[in-house]
Design a protein around this ligand. Structure first.
Ligand code: S3P
Length: 431
């Protein structure tokens, strides 16, 4: 994929349905008692992996355009798959599905592509084993062999790292436990699972006591219902940052999910002087949505310290860090990201992928074990690798719009993992 310098981006790009929310909608619908129709379901390869795994577990699913109908089989109705369940590139599929399968009385094998098989899985095998399932990994990685147990033991579990996927695996297992399961998080992570469970009629309790304690009692009925998935803020972030960096830009994102556990990107941009209007705020799918308009122009911050993103902010914008790194090259004092070691365990080692690509484009960047620092830099187009990582491919496509000369991204097709049609949609708004 080749990109050239742009002067602005303008228009109303259509974003896919939120990937995180789509996974959860399909997974919970599968164990509901009856049919759920989901509008604006993400057509991403990751969410398709979730649908295919559910089909392999005996769930009937119809896809008609962007609407998906899931015939729920109830909490105990899943059937043993005849072969391994292929989660593709999707960490959310493998970890959340593992939580559901831990509570079924059959054995399942979960696997995925090379990237997924290199990502850490002991973070979910540990709590699910405590709950009474047998989870055998391959040196802490997929393939995972799960022998479920019915009912599971309820547990109280403090998250070892701020991860919504671990929290969700334990909560989804908790709905098949014999009592109340509690997950304690010290830093807030995206709360889509809690909201989705509520949408299906499951009571989720939440309390602040030495961290946030989220509890669910096992055995509650899962009631189906129709819903519409909000547009994906992580997909929107590429347009937000491109608009912010190209001064004549004017971009509107409709029905955008602005859940407070996901929307720190908006606050970061506002703090950098970007004009962002939030209009038509409403609730859809138990999630906050709005129309978000972004006009071009960053403002030079006072002082000479780089903008800093660290601490509890990190889980809120973990998936936006590749595109924020590109933004950092346009900031007078640069950008420093810290406390983000988790980036090393994503679809690629994102600290390394960001560092290598920025350096190739001529940026001054320093890598740390838990982040990086990038200075104001004049980017030049060159040949870059996506490292098979969708967010790296899309972030550096935006870098290509800011760079002198031509930028080529090798392996850009992987953008389909979260955002089918990204490059055509980007081309449609470039001026
Ligand atoms: C996700 C949680 C995050 C995020 C991922 C999607 C989710 O991962 O990076 O893209 O849908 O729960 P972690 O839970 O590993 O932080």
């Amino acid at each position: 994929m080749k990109l050239k310098r742009a002067s602005a981006i303008c228009g109303t790009p259509t974003l896919p349905g939120d990937k995180s929310i789509s996974h959860r909608a399909a997974l919970v619908a599968a164990i509901a008692e009856g049919e759920t129709r989901i509008q604006n379901f993400s057509a991403s390869a990751d969410c398709t992996s979730t649908l295919n795994c559910l089909r392999d577990l005996g769930v009937q699913i119809r896809v008609e355009g962007s609407e998906v109908a899931v015939m729920g089989v109830g909490r105990s109705g899943l059937r043993c798959s005849t072969g391994p369940l292929d989660c593709g590139n999707s960490g959310t599929t493998i970890r959340l599905l593992a939580g559901i399968l831990a509570g079924q009385d059959f054995e399942s094998t979960l696997t995925g592509d090379d990237s997924l098989r290199s990502r850490p899985m002991e973070r979910i095998s540990m709590p699910l084993t405590q709950m009474g399932a047998s989870v055998i990994s391959t040196d802490g990685h997929a393939p995972l062999k799960i022998q479920g147990r019915k009912p599971l033991n309820p547990i109280e579990f403090r998250l070892p790292v701020a991860s919504a996927q671990i929290k969700s695996a334990v909560l989804l297992a908790g709905i098949n436990a014999d009592g109340e399961t509690t997950v304690i998080e010290s830093a807030p992570t995206r709360d889509h699972t809690e909201r989705m469970l509520e949408l299906f009629g499951i009571e989720v309790r939440s309390e602040e006591r030495e961290g946030k304690r989220i509890s669910v009692s096992g055995g509650q009925p899962v009631s189906p219902g129709d819903m519409k998935i909000p547009a994906d803020i992580s997909a929107g972030s590429f347009f937000m940052v491109a608009a912010a960096c190209l001064p004549e830009s004017d971009i509107t994102l409709r029905n955008l999910g602005i859940n407070p556990t996901r929307s720190a990107i908006i606050d970061v941009l506002k703090n950098l002087g970007v004009v962002i209007e939030i209009l038509n705020t409403a609730t859809e799918c138990n999630e906050l949505i709005a129309t978000v308009r972004i006009c071009g122009g960053l403002q030079v911050a006072g002082g000479n310290a780089p903008a800093l993103i660290s601490g509890d902010l990190i889980p809120n914008l973990i998936d936006e860090i590749p595109i924020l790194a590109v933004l950092g090259t346009q900031l007078a004092n640069g950008l420093e990201v810290r406390d983000a070691t988790e980036l090393r365990h994503k679809e690629s080692d994102r600290i390394s992928s960001i560092g290598k690509n920025l350096e190739l484009m001529g940026a001054e960047v320093t890598e740390f074990s838990d982040g990086f620092c990038v200075k104001l830099s004049r980017l030049r187009g060159t040949r870059l690798d996506s490292y098979g990582d969708h967010r790296i491919a899309m972030a550096f496509a935006v870098a290509g719009l800011l760079a002198e000369g031509e930028t080529e991204i090798v392996g850009a097709d992987c953008a389909e993992v979260s955002f089918p049609g990204f490059f055509e949609i980007l081309r449609g708004v470039v001026r």
